[in-house]
Design a protein around this ligand. Sequence first.
Ligand code: SF4
Length: 329
Amino acid sequence: MEVFYPKYYETFSCIAAECPDSCCKEWSVDVDPQAAAFYRQLSGDLGDRLREVLQDTEDGTIMTIENGRCPMWRADGLCRIQAELGHDALCKVCREFPRLTHDYGDFIELGLELSCPEAARIILSGTGNTILSRFVPGGEEPEYDSSAMAILKRTRAEFFTFLETTLLPFPKILTTFLLYAHSVQEELDGGEKAVLLPEVSVSGVSAAKDLRPLQDFFLSLEILTPQWKTMLEAPTVTPYWKNGHKSLLHYFVLRYWLQAVSDYDIVCRAKFVVAACLLIGGLGGDLVETAQLFSKEIENDPDNVEAILDGAYSHPALTDIQLLQLLQN
Ligand code: SF4
């Protein structure tokens, strides 16, 4: 079975105590049943403490947060479980974060989560977007629709080639991307083969500068940190597009494009990507920090992702016209 991964995947290494944010802050960690059972039978101080902080909810067991931190977090930035019992004793989420695995049965895609500051730095440096692959034993008969997957793989590769070589300004790249997604949707729905038109001009769409409707939409979602709320409430700046934005787009497309095989809906994912790029560009600040915070608030919260994918068809801030207007500047 073939395993695909961006080159930057191999360069990641946790910076632990040097981390400006830490994955041990603000989130309550989902603890898998195997780890929860192991933790609960431990003896000594660590076992007592774990029994105190593990909490069963209707969605499974979580590690509760105390004073905004995971209770296993030590002042030196290390995890108490890892320090006392070793890396293998960590629960699945903590063992794997920020590594992502999408197992499609007959192939696997690996990636990194933008919500980790060190991963965000590597991803947005733009030096490791090349997709590599290796063979591993195993694999099984896939359950996905193979003709839909073939379309999605081909069109994603075509878009990546365009992204790598284009000299168009970033708003035009996003415009091309959104219109291409509509063309791919047509092919997925049984229509003509998708066409990528890089120089496409959108007639009859006036320019809009105000990101307020988009910010208000994100303000209506679940919010984890006061910092994110403050950013969304502040007036936006005119997006200043830097080189890192192309890597940001590459990251989102790599992560979400093939997932359309589950429901044949590429347009809602493309709108998610365009809205994310517009918001991150419009909120300003350091690109790595803003993108990392976006990911922590949105990508790591399945309810928020779901709300955006649903809103793609019903919310006025996410209509094609609204997004295209914001890209006309
Ligand atoms: S967020 Fe990333 S760099 Fe920071 S502690 Fe977690 S894995 Fe390490």
